[in-house]
Design a protein around this ligand. Structure first.
Ligand code: TA6
Length: 304
């Protein structure tokens, strides 16, 4: 049930100068975190990180000017949590129910040297009655980097649990023409923009000049996203993730998306870490899986 006093209920998690709970867009509760190095904002709706910015740097995440902000609707941008399935599923919401649910904030703490850690839980009510018993947590740690952990435990006494997950991260870029991506050379991928055709790209870096929707499988490699205009390199280090998805809708698809500007494809690139398609996860009863990524940045003198 939707209540308007949620921010008040969350006030007990506030930490002066570090963690503030306030009303965000669409009157949704939002947490603002401030650390010695950075700021971040997270909506309870989807446990959705919509902003991460290091002091003195442009934002690292892109969120659409046209995003919906409403209970039960996905936010366009930031880091949607894709779980427990990736992509379309007949009769069910695309990309699973985790990004549509209002998560609970369980804990907010400071960490040594001025960082902040927030722990969220996915309420059982988000699953629906027929879903297998699982416990799902999300830990967001903000410091000079943004670290995210999606923790899933199969609480069934006797049934395995199979799922997909993905941290569908929208990176902010100066202009898509200034961007190159490294870390995926020679890795097999399924080209969703070409009817899931299996392909391999042997170029040292990927540049984006048209629609790209690629599911790279069997790779735990660190990815680097170089923005030559900003002279910034963003890095995605990961563990517990065997898939990387690279997505930019480009112009024609952008125009079909009601919650995305016609030209916004020029300002973003999704590089998503998770376990999808052939890398889906099966958890034995009582077992836990952790998908962890750390997003950092450094200046880069490298041009194009
Ligand atoms: O991860 C890439 C993708 O699956 C694309 O195919 C694209 O449709 C995108 O996610 C966005 O999906 P959404 O349901 O958020 O519109």
């Amino acid at each position: 049930m939707v209540t308007t006093d949620i921010p008040e209920r969350l006030k007990r998690f506030e930490i002066p100068g570090r963690v503030t709970v306030l009303e965000g867009n669409g009157e949704l509760p939002k947490i603002e975190a401030t650390t010695d190095w950075s700021t971040a904002e997270i909506y309870l709706n989807g446990a959705h990180v919509t902003d991460f910015q290091k002091k003195g740097e442009p934002p690292m995440l892109f969120t659409s000017q046209f995003s919906r902000f409403a209970h039960g609707e996905p936010i366009r941008g930031g880091i949607p949590i894709i779980f427990p399935w990736f992509g379309a599923r007949e009769g069910s919401p695309a990309h699973g129910f985790a990004r549509l649910a209002e998560w609970e904030l369980h804990e907010a703490t400071t960490i040594p040297e001025g960082g902040v850690s927030l722990r969220f839980g996915l309420p059982l009510s988000a699953h629906g009655a027929t879903w297998p018993p699982i416990a799902t947590y999300y830990v967001v740690t903000i410091s000079d980097r943004l670290t995210l952990e999606l923790i899933v435990t199969n609480t069934s006494p006797d049934q395995p649990f199979t799922f997909e997950n993905c941290l569908h991260t929208y990176f902010a870029v100066s202009d898509i023409s200034n961007v190159s991506v490294s870390g995926l050379k020679g890795v097999h991928y399924l080209d969703k923009a070409d009817n899931f055709a299996p392909k391999t790209d042997n170029a040292d870096v990927i540049r984006i000049a048209s629609e790209v929707d690629r599911i790279y499988c069997d790779t735990e490699a660190t990815i680097e996203l170089l923005d030559s205009k900003l002279r910034r390199k963003m890095r995605i280090e990961k563990s517990g993730s065997a898939s990387t998805v690279v997505w930019n809708p480009w112009s024609a698809k952008a125009q079909q998306m009601p919650d995305f500007g016609n030209d916004e494809y020029q300002q973003m690139l999704c590089i998503e870490s998770g376990n999808v398609v052939k890398n889906k996860v099966t958890l034995a009863p009582g077992k836990t899986s952790v998908l962890k990524i750390a997003i950092s940045s450094e200046p880069s003198e490298q041009g194009r």
